[in-house]
Design a binder for this molecule. Structure first.
Ligand code: FRU
Length: 499
């Protein structure tokens, strides 16, 4: 396929060539961020899986470091997470060379000890701060009895009250999260299963479980636990997506807060993203006391292997910071781009525009455009039925991605039906809708536009929508519109963090 530089993300990681899916084992050490990822170094569709490796000092510009943990004919290396074992509790390193431990799933082939396709949890470690990796001699460290082909995606979190680490894994096709504990990171004992009677469907897979403790409304004496689970298919925007549960951890079990009644509509549950293109988020390890930092695959299993990019397929979302805040009387995850992103935007300069009233059927075209933009704008309710913004717009106005808010229903829509190339898969969903309450009649939109994506953080990050788009060259315009009446647009700020 002809190369598509026009769709090469400027501020999101994508491999120079070949296929990538989930982010794996990200961590921070000595001021460098490390990112690993499910990688097929031999093709542009999913295949034998290795861990690729990239590094960055600002989370926005990445340098590929080659394959860190390669697949072999006997073993695929599936997703997993990292622990920096700074005090060498595992004994795999030394005080002067503390080990990095990469927990991942092994998929065994032709191994007399495991039926073909068995999945179990394994360990690779590095004694030189992530440059070289070796396989632990006693792998796998965790198996399921009887053997399972669906037991995967370990992630590990420190539990201070219990002075131990907790591991979450899934039995994907049973929509089941399994919890384990360990004090040496090598021996794991079973704690409990989490299988809520929440939003589940036949054939749905649960993948990449992530347990994150967070203070509610910044109160250090009120820690809640959030279980984040990637689900595929049947997610809120179709295909794969990310659900979460807020609850408590009692030392053994994760107990979710009250859930909607069985059979409730998916919109009754909590979703990390209401767009189609966020999957498999994972937390950076070793970031100290800073808020949890997450990065995800910006894609959807519904059409990932048909994306029109070349010579690569797959890219990551922007890293985001997580907080838990009371929204509409309930604890909810609130997300914002990592502070490094805001720093870059500030350094590149921000153009501020005067407040303006847009009347029925009118548009205001911003005098500033480009394929990579940061846009912030607040909509104040007038007498319009709906109003919004078009981004990645062609000069003739025929092509563009439309974000519009309906003041009557309170629904926010991201419409990519005329965003450019959309026909590469019948499953490339065209519009995504989420309910967004408007306290005081205002909606704030923060848009991060890259060459082939639109990431929307609405009302301070209480609602997130992530969508890939494939616009034609020259789709650099931005315009505001209002239909059926007037809308006042305030706090209009536009920046071009890259060209
Ligand atoms: C999620 C996933 C994981 C698995 C990996 C394989 O996208 O299916 O469950 O470990 O991808 O590449």
């Amino acid at each position: 396929d002809a190369p598509t530089p026009q769709w090469r993300p400027a501020l999101h990681f994508s491999p120079t060539e070949h296929w990538m899916n989930d982010p794996n084992g990200p961590f921070l050490l000595d001021g460098t961020y490390h990112l690993f990822y499910q990688y097929n170094p031999a093709g542009t569709v999913w295949g034998p899986m290795s861990w690729g490796h990239a590094t960055s000092t600002d989370l926005l510009h990445w340098h590929e470091q080659g394959v860190a943990i390669p697949s072999t004919p006997a073993e695929d290396i599936f997703s997993g997470a990292m622990v920096y074992d700074g005090s060498n509790r595992s004994g795999l390193g030394s005080a002067s060379a503390p080990p990095l431990l990469a927990f991942h799933t092994s998929v065994f082939h032709g191994n007399p000890a495991h039926p073909d396709g068995t999945q179990a949890q394994s360990l690779s470690y590095s004694l030189d701060r992530g440059a070289h990796w070796q396989s632990y001699a006693h792998n796998p460290i965790l198996t399921l009895q009887p053997d399972s082909r669906q037991f995967r995606d370990p992630s590990v979190v420190w539990y201070p009250q219990g002075q131990c680490w907790l591991m979450t894994t899934v039995v994907a096709d049973a929509q089941l999260v399994k919890l384990y504990r360990s004090t040496d990171l090598l021996h794991w004992s079973f704690l409990s299963d989490f299988q809520p009677s929440g939003y589940r469907k036949p054939g749905m897979l649960w993948e990449m479980p992530l347990l994150v403790p967070l203070p509610l409304d910044g109160n250090p004496h009120d820690t809640r636990w959030v279980m984040i689970v990637s689900v595929n298919p049947w997610s809120i925007a179709g295909g794969s997506g990310v659900q979460y549960f807020v609850g408590r951890f009692d030392g053994t079990r994760f107990i979710p807060d009250a859930l909607p009644p069985e059979g409730a509509d998916p919109s009754a549950y909590d979703w990390l993203d209401h767009g189609a293109d966020q999957y498999a988020p994972i937390r950076f390890a070793n970031t100290g006391t800073r808020p949890p930092l997450l990065i995800a695959w910006m894609n959807n299993w519904d059409y990932a292997d048909t994306l029109p990019t070349a010579p690569w397929r797959g890219q990551m979302t922007l890293p985001v910071q997580l907080a838990l805040k009371t929204v509409d009387g309930r604890p909810a995850l609130v997300q914002a781009p990592a502070p490094q992103y805001d720093d870059l935007v500030r350094r590149q300069g921000i153009a501020a525009f005067a407040d303006r009233d847009v009347g029925p059927g009118q548009t205001w075209r911003a005098p500033l455009g480009g394929p990579v933009l940061d846009i912030r704008v607040t909509l104040r309710r007038g007498d319009a039925a709906h109003a919004g913004i078009v981004v990645r717009q062609t000069p003739d106005g025929r092509t563009g991605t439309v974000i519009s808010y309906d003041f009557l229903s309170g629904n926010l829509t991201l419409d990519r039906s005329r965003s450019g190339q959309v026909g590469f898969s019948p499953r490339f969903s065209l519009a995504h809708i989420a309910h967004l309450p408007t306290p005081g009649g205002t909606v704030s939109l923060h848009l991060v536009i890259d060459r082939n994506s639109v990431e929307l953080f609405a009302n301070g990050g209480a609602l997130r929508m992530t969508d890939l788009v494939f616009p034609p060259p020259g789709s650099d315009g931005v315009s505001l519109f209002s239909d059926g009446g007037h809308t006042r647009f305030t706090e209009i700020r536009i920046s071009a963090p890259a060209r």
